[in-house]
Write a protein of this length. Structure first.
Length: 202
């Protein structure tokens, strides 16, 4: 098991398994489907397709791996730079980007968006200042929206955390940057480029 700290509170410690099975196995295949589905609906909206299956396809189907990696190369290119009139502000931005390893950070976001159609990035603050940006696995992230479609909460939950709402890790909307691609209608999630091919690659 690999521990990833979400925030300083002891409640907000996310234990992200490093040994999740790769080949087309989902949470619903290991636990009673009605129990998992019922609990996920308390957290927010269900994922529109099997995120774990999309990851499995990326990791095990060479042509899909190549297509996505090549797209990521095109998106990030040779990297990004900033230019600001205020030299002090430019120095702060450049230092932050270097500390964050910004190019690889963009690659991570781009890859998640292509695979899952979604990327969830936690905005970590030290008082009023950004201190870090953490990209979380979309397979464990859920969005809860109000009647007008605006996010009101984000939750992180995965098998092994228990089935009480307090077992899930809760985020306020301003704590998560939720990048989506290829959204359909008023759905809370985007769609990646793999899910339309599930029937072909299964």
């Amino acid at each position: 098991m690999v521990a990833s700290k979400v925030r300083s509170s002891s409640k907000n410690i996310a234990w992200l398994p490093s040994n999740i099975p790769i080949i087309q196995e989902s949470i619903k295949g290991r636990l009673p489907e009605d129990k998992v589905t019922s609990f996920i609906r308390k957290l927010g909206e269900e994922h529109p397709f099997d995120f774990i299956k999309a990851r499995a396809a990326y990791l095990t189907v060479p042509i899909i791996t190549g297509i996505i990696d090549k797209h990521v190369d095109f998106i990030v290119g040779t990297g990004f730079s900033v230019k600001v009139d205020n030299e002090a502000a430019e120095t702060i931005l450049k230092d932050f980007m270097e500390e964050l390893d910004f190019d690889n950070f963009l690659r991570h976001i781009s890859r998640d968006i292509l695979i899952y159609g979604n990327c969830f990035t936690e905005i970590v603050k030290n008082k009023e200042t950004f201190s870090d940006l953490k990209v979380w696995n979309p397979e464990s992230m859920y969005v809860k929206r109000n009647e007008t479609g605006e996010p009101v909460k984000y939750y992180q939950w995965y098998e092994g955390m228990g089935f009480r709402l307090d077992d899930a890790i809760e985020f306020e909307p301003e704590e998560i940057a939720h990048f989506t691609w290829n959204k359909i209608g008023n759905t809370g999630y985007g769609y990646g480029i793999i899910s339309p091919h599930f029937e072909i690659i299964k």
